[in-house]
Write a protein that binds this ligand. Structure first.
Ligand SMILES: Cc1ncc(COP(=O)(O)O)c(C=O)c1O
Length: 394
């Protein structure tokens, strides 16, 4: 059975050119970049090329880029390193819809005695700006806001927010893990001090991340060890993956410049419009205009997302639901809850996330398969029967 992979916000396929760039660093150029001999030294040069390629994707200087193991490590490092640099400040801010890499960290910092503000969002997933600005204070050590939401694709106005926060002398971190490679990012147009990326979201390998640290930003290393990354992150470099990430960043930049994401947007819109036209009682989760071009989160009311996923899986279609398994029961995700998506809709929410590899034939296949699946599940759903009875008696 062919796989139709529409779960690219979870992870992406490694591009063939990325894999080919990586392979020599397993068998031939396996030296340690810290070694004194030329054999190791040449590997160090490859890492510096990768650093430049990543820097070019976001308009940074190469020496503002540090490599690490994943987006989660980048997020944790950004926050912990900033807090260590401002030991007297005890207040931190984020939003209610962050990825667990920030959400759980902030919850844990709250237990450690930090005063934490989780800024709400509206029904479309837009940040409550008044609430945000009202809660900034002299005591705020760091603001962390995601550039693009992983579930809905909704974008926060990071350029404007970070400039305003910077004017107040507060450190600003953004989790750009989902944004990178999908929309243009230029750190020079922002007041962002720290920015996180992850290799496996942009057709690079898993287990490799990036933290951008603007020149002059106070930073106390989180991972202490050897002198790698100029003492900012200890640990022998994951050479092959760094080379792969560099190549992936270069390709992502070329694709953005060529306008490839517009084709992805057209396919996403075709999928979304057709499903929402053909299936009754559907809702779009998140702001329709202001979001990533590859993501759609559609609520199919009165059915369970997990059942939809299982039936899609029978056709080889990969997507994600808007629920998470919490203590054995399926709960709507914190993102959909924060947006106030009604229970009956949040439970039946499915995220389709496309990539440059997605074809029109695949989208047509999904458009053909989804409506009868929802129809079948609704026939079995007591919530649907109840809703139909209410509609008939109204
Ligand atoms: C917005 C966001 N931040 C952080 C992460 C974590 O990245 P990683 O899987 O590289 O740790 C993810 C992964 O899904 C994400 O979507």
């Amino acid at each position: 059975m062919n796989v139709v992979y529409l779960d690219n916000n979870a992870t992406t396929k490694v591009d063939r050119a990325v894999l080919e760039a990586m392979l020599p660093y397993f068998e031939e150029q396996y030296g340690n970049p810290s070694s004194m001999h030329t054999f190791g030294g040449s590997v160090g040069e490859a890492i510096e090329t990768a650093r430049q390629q990543v820097a070019d994707l976001i308009g940074a200087n190469a020496d503002e880029i540090i490599f690490n193991s994943c987006g989660t490590e980048s997020d944790n490092t950004a926050i912990q390193a900033t807090l260590a640099s401002y030991p007297d400040k005890r207040h931190i801010i984020t939003s209610r819809v962050e990825h667990p890499a920030i959400k759980s960290l902030y919850e844990s910092l709250a237990k450690d005695g930090y005063r934490v503000t989780f800024v709400p969002v509206d029904g479309d997933g837009n940040l409550d700006l008044d609430y945000f600005y009202d809660h900034l204070s002299e005591d705020t050590a760091v603001v962390s806001l995601m550039w693009a939401n992983n579930e809905t694709g909704v974008l926060f106005p990071i350029e404007e927010l970070s400039r305003n926060v910077k004017e107040r002398g507060i450190a600003f971190h953004t989790d750009a893990v989902q944004a990178a490679g999908k929309i243009p990012i230029d750190v020079n147009h922002t007041g962002v001090d720290l920015l996180s990326l992850s290799g496996h979201k942009l057709h690079g390998p898993k287990g490799v991340g990036v933290l951008y640290i603007r020149k002059g930003t106070k930073f106390s290393p989180f991972m202490i060890g050897g002198h790698q990354e100029k003492g900012r992150r200890g640990g022998t470099e994951n050479t092959a993956s760094l080379v792969g990430l560099g190549k992936a960043a270069e390709l992502a930049r070329e694709h953005l410049e060529r306008g490839d994401m517009e084709c992805v947007r057209e396919l996403r819109d075709k999928l979304e419009n057709n499903l929402m036209d053909q299936v009754s009682h559907t809702l779009l989760n998140g702001n329709r205009e202001n979001r990533l071009p590859n993501t759609t989160s559609i609520a199919f009311e009165y059915v369970e997302g997990e059942s939809i996923l299982l039936m899609l899986n029978e056709h080889g279609i990969c997507a994600s639901s808007g629920s998470a398994c919490t203590s054995g029961s399926l709960e709507p995700s914190h993102v959909l809850r924060a947006m106030g998506v009604p229970f009956t809709a949040a439970h039946g929410s499915i995220r389709f996330s496309l990539s440059g590899y997605t074809t029109e034939d695949e989208v047509d296949f999904v458009i053909e398969k989804v409506p009868p699946i929802i129809e079948r599940l609704r026939q079995m759903s007591p919530f649907w029967q109840e809703a139909v009875e209410k509609m008939q008696s109204a």
